[in-house]
Design a protein around this ligand. Structure first.
Ligand SMILES: Cc1cc2nc3c(=O)[nH]c(=O)nc-3n(C[C@H](O)[C@H](O)[C@H](O)COP(=O)(O)O)c2cc1C
Ligand code: SF4
Length: 402
């Protein structure tokens, strides 16, 4: 096995990623009360920049107090722009090479009821959830546009218009979105917000070098979820997720990041663990289907669980189990263009640099223990609870209930 293929640069829109490793967005809930990056956030991102990935997809950034899933979620707005400018500047000072992409998001029904406003496109079964009007949806579109423009102003190389993991735009896509009016029902209606907002973003940004892409959940794993055949159906039907991939390309976007699942409902689909090791194959298959259909760069997800091959996959040949085996195989077989790494970046921000320089024996491999997800669910600051003493202590406190 040679990892040379990971080091091959690739064109994304009018920019170049210097290698095939993408650090996936990983929200760590360590902003201040206004949603500005704190010293802890800056430290994290400097370490990620130093880590040597071709692309760093900065975590889920919201844009109003009313669209937050985490109490200390980072928020991009006029009041916080200077702080984000600093974040980008400090990352580029450490390492000017990685492309920096901001993931912009509205949390929709995943917003925290204690500190934000839970909204949805169609009834959730909880009568306190506010069902958005068409005018409110249009206003949210304007907020996305503003967030995209600000992302460019503060120095990001592009945005990821988030459509994954059950947040508002993911909810919009699924067959279960049967709301009446322009934004529900037929596939054309469920993708109208995406098309309208993309057009507005492009116009407002006015720079075809600024990258615009989408991360979406190809298959959500719930009745009526994206990737099923109807509003209450469990029958898997991948026609619409593939149609959406083609639509992303037709809208002139620069990349697609294929994810799956909804963390709050189907976490093992989002991030495979020993409970569902075969989930990694599903990610690779879905990504390959997208890759065969489009010509823009495709980023794949779900790799961290593979580690150095010490995992529970029922694969008799141990040489065919590791993250490196699958990264190389998927790249060489043209099943993906870039390898997206999630939890592994928390476990070892230096992952890319160590992998690219052949020092794989020095990598701290993610154990897929779920500690970081416990921290995220507990609304505290997030990091690796196995290799980082600071977050180990945060987890200890959570478990003690203090
Ligand atoms: C703590 C934590 C935070 C995450 N934050 C985000 C996020 O902000 N945006 C996003 O699209 N995905 C997020 N994810 C999902 C990851 O980006 C990734 O898709 C998932 O962990 C599977 O990839 P992996 O197997 O490499 O970890 C998060 C996952 C975890 C565990
Ligand atoms: S806490 Fe566990 S799952 Fe999270 S990054 Fe660390 S080792 Fe991986």
């Amino acid at each position: 096995m040679t990892l040379d293929i990971l080091a091959v640069p690739i064109e994304i829109g009018k920019k170049i990623a210097s290698n095939r490793i993408v650090y996936q967005p990983m929200e760590c809930n360590d902003g201040d009360a206004e949603g500005k990056p704190t010293e802890l956030t800056l430290k994290r991102y400097r370490a990620l920049a130093e880590g040597g990935a071709g692309i760093i997809n900065v975590e889920s950034l919201t844009f109003t107090y009313e669209s937050r899933a985490r109490k200390n979620q980072l928020k991009i707005s006029e009041e916080t722009a200077t702080a984000f400018e600093r974040l980008v500047r400090e990352m580029k000072e450490v390492n000017p090479n990685p492309l920096i992409i901001f993931q912009i998001n509205h949390s929709g029904r995943v917003s925290g009821s204690a500190f934000s406003k839970v909204v949805s496109l169609y009834p959730t079964g909880d009568s306190s959830t506010h069902i958005l009007t068409d005018q409110e949806i249009e206003q949210i579109g304007e907020n996305f546009v503003k967030a995209a423009v600000l992302s460019k102003q503060v120095g990001a190389d592009g945005i990821d218009f988030k459509h994954c993991h059950g947040y508002l735009c993911g909810e919009m896509l699924r067959p279960a979105n049967t709301r009446s009016g322009p934004y529900g029902g037929r596939f054309e209606n469920r993708t109208k917000f995406f098309r309208e907002t993309t057009e507005k973003i492009k116009k407002a940004v006015g720079d075809d070098r600024f990258l615009i892409g989408v991360r979406y959940s190809f298959y959500e794993g719930i009745p009526g979820g994206f990737g099923t055949s109807g509003p209450e159906e469990v029958v898997e039907d991948l026609f619409e997720p593939l149609r959406f991939a083609r639509m992303i390309q037709e809208m002139g976007m620069d990349f697609i990041n294929v994810s799956a699942g909804i963390p709050a409902l189907t976490p093992e689909i989002v991030r495979p663990t020993k409970n569902y090791p075969e989930g990694v194959y599903r990610h690779f298959g879905w990504t390959k289907m997208v890759k065969k259909l489009v010509s823009i760069p495709v980023i794949g997800s779900g790799y961290s669980y593979l580690r150095d091959g010490k995992n529970d996959l029922k694969e008799p040949d141990p040489s065919k189990k590791s993250i490196f085996y699958w990264a190389e195989k998927n790249l060489r077989s043209d099943s993906v263009d870039l390898i997206g790494i999630g939890r592994q970046t928390l476990a070892d921000p230096q992952f890319a640099q160590k992998a690219l320089s052949g020092n794989v024996d020095q990598i701290h491999f993610c154990t897929a223990c779920g500690g970081c997800s416990v921290l995220l669910r507990s609304q505290v600051e997030v990091g690796c609870t196995v290799y980082n003493e600071y977050y180990k202590e945060v987890l200890r406190r959570i478990r003690k209930g203090s």
